[in-house]
Write a protein that binds this ligand. Structure first.
Ligand SMILES: [Zn+2]
Length: 474
């Protein structure tokens, strides 16, 4: 196990060493369900998916926690305008989030804690902070006292002298001691009761701030100290700094040991990809625009390293769709072809070298684009070898193994094509009609055609069933 990850805390690529051998605990900042997730969020979520998949490939048992923020100012605002409670307001967006994750083939996390279901944990942590002088009450709100936590700013390498200088100027306007102090708890406002957004606490009825939820819920599911914390780069400051301050001040233990941040996704200027009023693009916009969700997944996950910025455009998505097609076509060709009579030893060695190189790239801070690059180079050579019958038993099984290894991350090869089911059903109906008409030659041709596409038919009492032919079961 030689996995290296770039730790924002140290600023270097470090060997990943979990607290408990063989186990990896990870907390990832999840969606705020005030609306549909935009593609920038989806990039971060698919980066989490890449990380959890590779941890599994390396051999770890993963405990992945992804919070769902179902209370914040935007949700309160929208619920009020809609004349409903926050619980009812978020329902469709919560379902939409899980639908988007399934459409994009993100593996499910082990836990999806919702903020409103963990208020008790937050109240307990705020009470501990008040008790130790890390928090104070001002006009019914509770604030974290940044001056009480000297390590504040270490993650984002914040210049604290600037933080203090800014403080004196603006502090008069606020009830808090320092302008950079942040809210842990907000006093209930008139109207919060009807929205279902107020809870009892020893320090007064109200609702939690956003930052405290991640500190409280990571503690609940992963303990005071855990292995990995991830988020988009936009969350590093102040959200992640605040999480560290709250958790370490309350628990007197180090918080997350490794911090990973994924970069921004920019939307190409001038190109209107979004149909939603908010001006941001959602998965639904892209699908409505004719893009294949698998191409969206591949683009977001594999086209650039997670720490590099990327730009979303129609052309980039078309290019990703073409790459997905090439991977699927090649994997399908290898799967369907029988090993040839002769074995090209040089090719066998090349495939083994690419398998090793692919794994090395992933172990090097999840460099999937580099790994995929090696695979595409090989595909050209392997196609030529298949044309010339130079792929024997060894080469064939090495190629199958490589494609399985790639699909353990990208998960686009074994995925069913959108619309495939309809197409298969149509061909099955045609075959049934041919059989009814006793045109058995045509029925057999249709069966062969399906087999060519990796679909096997089974005649049963209930009618014809079909299944995708998986590697090794042919
Ligand atoms: Zn968070």
């Amino acid at each position: 196990m030689a996995l290296k990850l770039h730790n924002t805390l140290t600023g270097t690529k470090d060997l990943f060493e979990p607290l408990e051998p063989g186990h990896a605990g990870m907390y990832t900042c999840g969606p705020t369900v005030w609306n549909f997730a935009h593609v920038g969020n989806l990039r971060a979520f698919l980066f989490y998916d890449l990380l959890r998949r590779h941890l599994q490939v390396v051999g770890y048992r993963v405990n992945h926690v992804m919070n769902v923020t179902d209370i914040d100012d935007r949700i309160l605002d929208q619920a009020m305008h809609a004349g409903t409670t926050i619980g009812d307001y978020v329902k469709p967006y919560l379902s939409a989030f899980f639908e988007d994750m399934a459409t994009l083939r993100a593996q499910a996390a082990e836990h999806y804690p919702r903020a409103t279901e963990h208020i008790g944990d937050m109240v307990a942590m705020i009470s501990a902070l008040l008790e130790h002088g890390h928090a104070y009450i001002a006009e019914g709100d509770v604030y974290f006292r940044i001056a009480s936590f000297p390590a504040y700013g270490a993650l984002s390498r914040l210049d604290r002298t600037g933080l203090r200088a800014g403080t004196r100027v603006a502090a008069d306007k606020y009830d808090k001691e320092s302008v950079s102090d942040f809210a842990l708890w907000k006093k209930a406002q008139p109207g919060d009761e009807q929205l279902g957004a107020a809870w009892d606490a020893p320090f007064g009825r109200g609702r939690p701030g956003w930052h405290i939820e991640c500190s409280a819920m990571s503690k609940r599911y992963l303990g005071d100290t855990f292995d990995i914390h991830c988020g988009g780069i936009d969350l590093m400051f102040p959200h992640h700094e605040n999480e560290i301050a709250q958790s370490e001040a309350a628990n007197h233990q180090p918080f997350a040991r490794v911090w990973l941040h994924s970069e921004h996704l920019a939307e190409a200027g001038g190109e209107k990809m979004s149909k939603s009023a908010g001006g941001f693009t959602t998965l639904r916009d892209l699908v409505a625009g004719g893009h294949d969700p698998l191409a969206v997944r591949f683009f977001l996950m594999a086209n650039a390293h997670y720490r590099a910025r990327i730009r979303l455009s129609n052309d980039a998505l078309y290019a990703a769709a073409e790459q997905v097609r090439r991977l699927r076509d090649f994997a399908g060709r290898v799967r369907r072809s029988a090993p040839g009579p002769s074995e090209d030893q040089a090719l066998v060695q090349r495939v083994a070298a690419v398998r090793a190189g692919y794994r090395e790239a992933l172990d090097d801070d999840l460099n999937l684009p580099q790994g995929i690059g090696l695979v595409f180079e090989l595909i050209r050579e392997a196609n030529a070898a298949l044309d010339e019958g130079r792929v024997g038993e060894r080469g064939h099984s090495e190629l199958l193994a490589l494609m399985d290894e790639v699909d353990a991350h990208v998960d686009v090869i074994g995925a069913d094509e959108p619309g495939l089911a309809d197409e298969v059903e149509r061909l099955i109906a045609e075959r049934e009609a041919a059989r009814a008409a006793r045109d058995f030659a045509r029925a057999d041709r249709l069966r062969d055609e399906l087999r060519e596409r990796g679909i096997a038919l089974e005649d049963s009492k209930e009618g014809v069933r079909w299944k995708r032919i998986r590697v090794g079961t042919e």
